[in-house]
Ligand binder design. Structure first.
Ligand SMILES: [Mn+2]
Length: 242
């Protein structure tokens, strides 16, 4: 099968709608929803747009799903958690950490938010190899597809190719847009352009408390992968993950 990997939508419905149109044109067999779907401007609508894919959507749970369910009052989770009803929160809380699929040309592919055992560790293009090796120990698949750190990259770790699919709704990349990955027969990193000014207008009207700041810093303009990677690696050192 061919698979579209959509990670870290973060409630950015305009970005998601543009990606779903492109995914439809690609005629994939499945869409993997890689976590951190609803933590952002359009929580319920983003969730519903992906649930509308029915059986062809395969879901894994991100760290923000856990924070929405436990009611953690962060900038991306406090207001959004109050926009979701009990059924939606229970759906998100019940998702598995991993999914495994056979993909054309790639063989077995493991999908997780960041590592197979947890949706929290920080892994970037600059992470030391030893950290990848310990997180991927015991993985039997040829390819691991993840997100979480919002920048597209590929790392070869012994026999395993670790792919960050990028972020649909909150990318840290060279230019604005919606970032995802098309899998089968190879790994193809994709960027979908969308109408940023129209998205900004919709997001400002969403009721999301920090809309203006997010529009400026994460939609109209985005942090570069290099700056985000440096911040993430510092955070990982502070957390004792390195
Ligand atoms: Mn995320």
């Amino acid at each position: 099968m061919r698979v579209a990997a959509l990670y870290d939508v973060h409630g950015n419905l305009p970005a998601l709608e543009a990606v779903l149109e492109e995914v439809e044109r690609e005629g994939v067999d499945a869409v993997v929803v890689g976590g951190d779907v609803a933590a952002g401007y359009f929580p319920a609508q983003s969730l519903e747009a992906l649930q509308a894919l029915g059986e062809s959507a395969i879901w894994v749970r991100g760290n923000c799903e856990d924070e929405l369910v436990t009611g953690t009052d962060g900038p991306l989770t406090g207001w959004p958690s109050r926009q979701l009803d009990a059924d939606q929160l229970s759906f998100l809380g019940s998702l598995p950490l991993t999914a495994s699929l056979e993909v054309d040309g790639l063989g077995s592919v493991l999908f997780c938010h960041t590592t197979p055992a947890s949706n929290e560790p920080i892994l970037t293009s600059a992470t030391p190899e030893a950290a990848f090796r310990s997180h991927l120990a015991g993985v039997r698949e040829n390819v691991v597809v993840a997100g979480h750190t919002h920048s597209q990259f590929v790392r070869q770790v012994e026999g395993i190719r670790y792919v960050n699919a990028g972020s649909v709704g909150m990318p840290y990349e060279a230019q604005p847009g919606a970032y995802w990955a098309l899998l089968g027969p190879d790994v193809e990193h994709r960027r979908t352009a969308y109408d940023l000014d129209d998205a900004a207008r919709r997001i400002r009207a969403s009721g999301f408390p920090d809309a203006e700041q997010f529009v400026r810093e994460n939609v109209l303009d985005v942090p570069t992968a290099d700056s985000a990677t440096e911040l993430f690696e510092n955070m990982a050192r502070e957390r004792g993950e390195r």
